[in-house]
Design a binder for this molecule. Structure first.
Ligand SMILES: C=Cc1c(C(=O)O)[nH]c(=O)[nH]c1=O
Length: 309
């Protein structure tokens, strides 16, 4: 089978990439992703200035996934613009994830990315659940609309958004209606971690991460059904947008399910954190095996073709 696909008219060797935040904070990590089987890479969400992030322990692997409250540790946007300036775009696309702590910060970073005129792709993160005292724009629809209006005006080039999970059809409808109003908004990445979960260690009778009394974003197997639902909900509601799936991908079968639900690219977070960049070779092999078993030669024979009963 051929795992080839296309993103914004650009051919890619396969639909696989990392999720923002995982194995992508430092140049050496990004280089490892560039050297891996991932067909595209995205940076850790960046802020105006460098951040240490939240006190540790702030990430825990779990039997069914992970919980994190990293607190947006990153090297500051200029570090990632510099990385983007040296990236080889003929080899594979680079996305820059931006998660400014204010509208002004977001606009400063977006304008800087616009002015360096690089082929890098902008993914605006509307959904960081772990900055104490900061409500995420993804759950404040007026703030989201204002942010997108300002970014679209300032950036004037194709960009995308990273959404939190939604759990209500009224929210799918409202958010899709907002996103469909922005022509430059070319792609939608669903989902970010399921925010503010609480994992309890029974023996210790304690939370397992330090920040926010143990409340953190859930990832991994726990979130696959919610991720698939959000991918399919926005695939149905935003026919002119490209959907990137993210959430719960650990095997080739999970990649297949995200593609069936309507994703064009599929991001890997928790499983990449645990397995490292070699995971992309395994996922590509497993996806090819599943496609061969089903008699599919190309991804476009089944992508977005989820049946209903
Ligand atoms: C950008 C901050 C995020 C973080 C974080 O740095 O705490 N964790 C997530 O699961 N998702 C985020 O979007």
């Amino acid at each position: 089978p051929d795992l080839g696909t296309e993103f914004l008219e650009r051919p890619l060797a396969n639909p696989l990439m990392n999720a923002a935040g995982v194995w992508c904070t430092l140049a050496a990590q990004l280089d490892a992703l560039a050297d891996s089987e991932a067909a595209a890479i995205v940076t850790k969400s960046c802020t105006l200035v460098r951040r240490d992030g939240n006190p540790e322990p702030r990430y825990r692997a779990l039997p069914l996934g992970s919980i994190n409250s990293m607190g947006l540790p990153n090297e500051g946007y200029l570090y990632y613009l510099d990385y983007a300036a040296h990236h080889d775009y003929d080899h594979k696309p680079l996305f820059v994830s931006v998660s400014g702590l204010s509208l002004d910060d977001n606009l400063t970073i977006v304008a800087a990315l616009r002015d360096v005129v690089l082929p890098a792709l902008l993914e605006i993160n509307l959904s960081c659940p772990n900055v104490p005292g900061k409500a995420q724009p993804g759950y404040d629809f007026e703030a989201m609309d204002e942010l997108l209006a300002e970014v679209a005006t300032a950036y004037r080039r194709p960009f995308g958004v990273k959404l939190p999970p939604y759990f209500d059809f009224a929210h799918f409808d409202t958010v899709a209606q907002i996103l469909n109003r922005y022509e430059h908004l070319a792609f939608i990445t669903c989902i970010n971690s399921v925010g503010n979960a609480l994992i309890i260690d029974t023996g210790q009778e304690s939370a397992v991460i330090r920040p926010k009394d143990g409340f953190g974003g859930l990832g991994g197997d726990y979130v696959l059904p919610t991720a698939l639902a959000n991918v399919n909900a926005f695939h149905r509601r935003c026919p002119t947008k490209t959907i990137i799936g993210c959430g719960g991908v650990r095997t080739g079968e999970h990649v297949f399910q995200h593609l069936l639900a309507g994703a064009t690219l599929v991001q890997v977070g928790t499983a990449l954190y645990e397995e490292g960049p070699g995971i992309f070779q395994r996922l590509a092999r497993e996806l090819a095996e599943l496609m061969a078993h089903k008699g599919y030669r190309r991804i476009d024979e089944f992508r977005g073709r989820l049946k209903t009963l």
